[in-house]
Design a protein. Structure first.
Lengths: 215, 215, 215, 215
């Protein structure tokens, strides 16, 4: 399982979370990555943790003030990027162009979507992975794998019908190791989580609890 | 073949084009529809021509000032809607929600896209049809079926791999009946055109020339 | 006082509201206008009521599929347009360009904004009027003139400092004639209202009650 | 005069430009700042140069994946931010909210705009400075101060009518020290430039030439 901790714009210490994530990944052998704000990618990557961008813009080099250039996040140390998170929905054509941008600098890609139909659409664009996150469950602590297991299996089916090489992750409400195991049982090969770690009093303990059942 | 004449925001007389299109459809037996500005749907529909919206918003009834409600365009006489035209690109989630909105009032749907990958993505959302329109050919008079036939066959392949029930149309640069025949030969079952009719000195003659080789 | 009834995307009968508004305006001498969906502008205008658009796009004639062209809404019978409603926020540059578009076809303009600072900004662009609508009060039935009178007087001050010729309207939560009188006492020369009329069981009675204290 | 070098998404070495800018500022006493990609703010700030963000999002802390949080760019070393650049136009309400976000962390602010009307609007929102940049001159090498001096004096007038405390900068086409002197003569207190330095073969020499006439 791949565990991606999305720090969003939370008031956490990104270095503290990153350091904990790097240690927990080392100790457990579970792949754990952290997606900080773009301005924090460089110091987060310097902790040694696998570092992801939360988003990149569809453009290449050029006159694009305020964009988040794929080359810049890669240069700062990111090895992957999320795209089309429900808090940052993109135009279909921009998802396609952003995937091409990621490809230019070998960033791994996860395209998020709301439901199996959109997961099928996202998979057709050829990302490395898709992630199904029902918006109504984000931040609730009720994991999608319990609240709506059919949406996870539906996403796995939709993606595999379109492109069998695309991994399916799931997110929304995941906060325990048990949630990750359920997601895995439903066919997901990764999870996206956020507040469960980023807002935890002790992010390291939260991460240790999360990966514990995976060993 | 289905011929959809998109009036965009052109300075044409929508009633003149609509009347001509209705007559040409009647005389030729070819299915010809017109997509005017939302504010012109009612008078255009009153000519008897098959009338389409250029776009609908993803929302349902409610507090959505400035939206283009599916129910309102249907009520005014539209029987179909384009979505995600290259001049009006939509978020993936909004294409999905707009398709659901169209479904509520039985509007037929065509989702436009740039290339075969995006056509596959659009097809995964379950519209009635997709339309491939390379943006660089729009308005050029160089038909996509000549300039880039592979993009049409690629679109047909991409759509059929995802959902065999989704029709594939093509657009961009189409202005003659011969262009339509080529599109049909490549597997398209409809064409989108705009300036070739809307900017013609004599829209009726332009339409007659267009459908002539289809009989 | 100017009373603008915004029908948003409500499931009301626009012709019924328009007919009632036309009659109430005639009987009371109060200026009452109705802003329907773009697709309903023509039939609404045919009732004889003063008809407004809820929004226009910044573009002129041309290749702008899915836009709401100023010329089209004017042609359908609109004599004014709202811009930048809180449910349809626009880019600063697009408000400016939409005002120029409205000017081309002599549409009267009201630019909405959240607070006195934004009202000052809107006034600097030279619309006919600005309207202050705190988003948190929209649809509540608690009128801005009671809940937050300072925001109305602040808006009047901000607009007059920038351009003394710009009228100030107010909206959000207005549903009674008394609310309109309070708005007038605070310096507003018009009100925007929506659900109070559009969702009323008897829109005609609601409008009669609204204008009654203005005579 | 304040000289802000916007690196946009150019394929330059941000550290090389930043180091040169820091040195030139030290040697000349002219205030020179650099605005890199968000992911490069931290290493650019570490050179000692005054560092700006190209953009910040309107949100505060919270669930805002893919946003550019004011706190994050400040934490990485930015002391100011541009907003509403013509390549990144913002909604009026978002400019207002982004200024509030900048205020939370004491970022200095420059709001860009196209013309004197929009400059007046931007000034009404209370930024530290506004910058007038006619989009048609950006990247041309023809300075706005020569091509269209009236737009600079018009901007200075528009801003001072609304708020005398707001500085006026100008941009677009500025590439020589003489251009900066002309801008200053027209009432601007700063300039924005980009390709003239970022695309120069020798950014240090370009910066030295720029500031030379200012001493």
């Amino acid at each position: 399982m791949f565990v991606l901790v999305n720090l969003k714009a939370y008031p956490c210490d990104p270095i503290e979370v990153a350091t904990a994530a790097a240690d927990v990944a080392d100790d457990s052998g579970v792949r754990v990555a952290v997606a900080p704000q773009a301005a924090h990618i460089e110091p987060v990557a310097e902790t040694g943790v696998e570092t992801w961008a939360q988003h990149i813009s569809p453009n290449g080099h050029g006159s694009h003030t305020g964009s988040t250039l794929a080359e810049a996040v890669a240069d700062a140390g990111a090895v992957g990027t999320m795209l089309n998170h429900s808090e940052n929905r993109l135009k279909l054509a921009d998802i396609d162009a952003s995937l091409a941008a990621a490809d230019r600098v070998d960033l791994e890609t996860i395209v998020c979507a709301n439901n199996p139909e959109q997961i099928g659409a996202a998979a057709a664009l050829g990302p490395d992975a898709v992630a199904v996150e029902p918006p109504e469950l984000i931040g609730t602590g009720t994991p999608v794998s319990k609240a709506d297991p059919d949406i996870v299996t539906g996403a796995v089916d939709a993606a595999s019908r379109v492109d069998g090489d695309v991994d399916v992750h799931c997110g929304a409400g995941i906060s325990t190791g048990e949630d990750i195991v359920s997601a895995s049982d439903l066919g997901a090969t990764g999870v996206l989580l956020a507040s469960g770690v980023a807002k935890a009093d002790d992010p390291r303990a939260a991460l240790e609890d999360l990966v514990e059942p995976l060993n």
